[in-house]
Write a protein that binds this ligand. Structure first.
Ligand SMILES: NC(=O)c1ccc[n+]([C@@H]2O[C@H](COP(=O)([O-])OP(=O)(O)OC[C@H]3O[C@@H](n4cnc5c(N)ncnc54)[C@H](OP(=O)(O)O)[C@@H]3O)[C@@H](O)[C@H]2O)c1
Length: 409
C-alpha cells in the first residue's frame, strides 16, 4: 500500500449521530477516526466538496432502512489529492488529483464517511483524474450532477436531432442536462424552465427556449418535445409536454407512469467520457454565486441549498484548501488555485493571520497561479524558499556557492 507519511489517525469532519433536520443534527467533530481503505480504494485529501439535496434527505432518514450505520459524515462529491492507494488500485498513484462521487449507489448503503471531512475514501472505479483546466472547486461541482444528467439522457435513448425540455434548468443537475443535451448529444432544440431572473443563465448554457415557469405553464405550450427531463418532481405535467412516442425521465419523485424514475450510479468512466467536453469548456460547472461556503459554515451552506433556489452547485472547500481563491480581485477569480509567500517583507510587520489557518488573506501581487503539474503540497513548499534563493542569486550577481553557504547557516 503506497502512502504519504504525514496522514493523521484522526480527522476533522461534519458528523451526525441521529436522523433529523440537518441544521439541527450536524456537528463539527475534530476527532473522527480516519477511514481505512480496502484494496480497490484510495484515501483522498479533500480540497473541495459539493453539497447535494440527497445529503439532507439522507440525514432526515428518508433512506434509513438501507443506509449505512450512524454516525454519518455527509457528502458525495469530492475533488482532492490521492494520499494512499490500495493494493489493487491501478489507475491512480499518490499525489494524483482526482474527483468523483464517492458513493456508487446514492441511497443504498452509501459510505458512512463522506466528503465533508479532511480525508475521504473512494473506490478507484468511481473516480477520474481531475481535468487540469479545472480548479478543485470547479471539479467538485461536477460528479454527482453530471453523471445524473448523462445517465438520465442515456436512459431515454436521447440522441442527435431530438428535442428536449428540461424542468429545473438552473439547478445542479439541470444546468448539466441543458449543456450535455445541446453540446454533447447535439439536440435539435433545448427548452428549459426556471424563474424570471435565471432565464439568461439558461440561454448562456445553450437553451434555445427558456421558459419562465412563474409566467407560463410549460404543459400548455403548443410545442411538444421528444424528451422531458424532470429534475423538479413534475412528471405528471411533463407527460403532457411530450410528442407522441416521446419519453419523460425524472430524478425527483413522485413519478407518474410511464415517466421513468431513476437513480444515478456513480461511475468514473462517465467522467472520463465527458472529459474532452470539460476540457474544451463546452460543458462547464455552474458555481452558485453564494458559494463557496467556508468549511466552518457547512451548516449555513445546507440551509441555503434547502431553499431550493441554488443556481448550479453549492461548494464547500476542504479544511486545508490553502491555495483556492474564495474572494475575488483583479488577477484572480474565485476558484483559482494559487500559491505564494503571503508576507511581503518577512520580518517587518508580517500579517497577523498567517497561512497556518483555515483561510488567510494575501495581496494579489504576492500570489501566482499554481502550476497545474504541482499538487498543493508541492506548490506550498515553494514560495518563500524559491524567492529567497532567486533574490539572493540576483543580489550576489550569480555567485551560487556563496548563497548556498548562507542558506546552510
Ligand atoms: N435520482 C437521482 O439520481 C438524483 C440525482 C441528483 C438529484 N436528484 C434530485 O433531483 C432534484 C434536483 O436536484 P439538484 O441538485 O438539481 O437541485 P438544486 O440544485 O437544489 O435545484 C435548485 C434549482 O431548482 C430550480 N427550481 C425549483 N423549483 C422549480 C420549478 N418549479 N421549476 C423550475 N425550476 C425549479 C430553482 O430555480 P428557480 O429558483 O428558478 O425556481 C433552483 O435553481 C432534487 O430533488 C434531488 O434530490 C436525484
Amino acid at each position: 500500500m503506497a502512502s504519504i507519511s504525514s496522514i493523521p489517525s484522526h480527522i476533522k469532519a461534519w458528523v451526525y449521530s441521529e436522523y433529523g433536520v440537518i441544521e439541527k443534527i450536524l456537528k463539527y467533530d475534530p476527532n473522527v477516526a480516519i477511514p481505512a481503505i480496502k484494496d480497490d480504494q484510495v484515501l483522498i485529501k479533500v480540497v473541495a466538496a459539493a453539497l447535494n439535496p440527497v445529503d439532507y434527505k439522507r440525514a432526515f432518514g428518508y433512506f434509513k432502512n438501507i443506509d449505512s450505520a450512524l454516525p454519518i459524515v455527509p457528502g458525495y462529491d469530492v475533488a482532492g489529492v490521492v494520499v494512499r492507494v490500495g493494493n489493487e488500485v491501478r489507475k491512480f498513484k499518490v499525489g494524483d488529483e482526482v474527483y468523483g462521487d464517492i458513493n456508487e449507489h446514492a441511497v443504498n448503503n452509501p459510505k458512512s464517511i463522506g466528503t465533508l471531512a479532511e480525508y475521504t475514501v473512494a473506490e478507484e472505479k468511481v473516480l477520474a483524474h481531475k481535468p487540469s483546466n479545472l480548479s478543485f472547486i470547479e471539479a467538485a461541482a461536477i460528479p454527482l450532477a453530471i453523471i445524473t444528467a448523462y445517465q438520465g439522457l442515456e436512459k431515454v435513448g436521447f440522441s442527435a436531432g431530438k428535442s428536449i425540455l428540461v424542468l429545473g434548468g438552473a439547478g445542479g443537475v439541470g444546468t448539466f442536462v441543458i449543456q450535455i443535451a445541446k453540446h454533447v448529444f447535439d439536440a435539435s432544440k433545448v427548452a428549459a424552465t426556471a424563474s424570471t431572473a435565471k432565464l439568461d443563465l439558461l440561454r448562456n448554457l445553450g437553451a434555445d427556449l427558456p421558459i419562465d415557469y412563474t409566467k407560463e405553464n410549460f404543459e400548455e405550450l403548443s410545442e411538444k418535445f421528444d424528451v422531458v427531463y424532470d429534475t423538479v418532481g413534475e412528471s405528471e405535467k411533463a407527460l403532457k409536454a411530450i410528442k407522441e412516442g416521446g419519453k419523460v425521465v425524472t430524478i425527483a419523485p413522485p413519478a407518474t407512469p410511464p415517466a421513468n424514475l431513476f437513480v444515478l450510479t456513480s461511475d468514473g468512466a462517465v467522467l472520463e467520457k465527458l472529459q474532452p467536453h470539460l476540457e474544451s469548456g463546452k460543458v462547464k460547472a455552474v458555481l452558485d454565486p453564494m458559494s463557496p461556503f467556508p468549511f466552518s459554515h457547512t451548516v449555513e451552506a445546507f440551509t441555503y441549498l434547502k431553499t431550493n433556489r441554488a443556481i448550479g452547485k453549492v461548494i464547500v472547500p476542504g479544511l486545508d484548501a490553502a491555495g483556492v481563491v474564495v474572494s475575488e480581485v483583479r488577477k484572480f477569480k474565485v476558484g483559482d488555485e494559487v500559491h505564494g509567500d503571503i508576507v511581503d517583507i518577512a520580518v517587518n510587520n508580517p500579517n497577523t493571520i498567517g497561512s497556518l489557518a483555515e483561510y488567510s488573506p494575501a495581496e494579489e501581487k504576492l500570489l501566482a497561479h499554481k502550476p497545474s503539474n504541482l499538487s498543493f503540497a508541492e506548490a506550498a513548499r515553494l514560495p518563500a524558499a524559491i524567492l529567497t534563493a532567486y533574490q539572493a542569486l540576483e543580489r550576489v550577481d550569480l555567485q551560487p556557492l556563496l548563497v548556498l553557504l548562507y542558506w546552510n547557516c
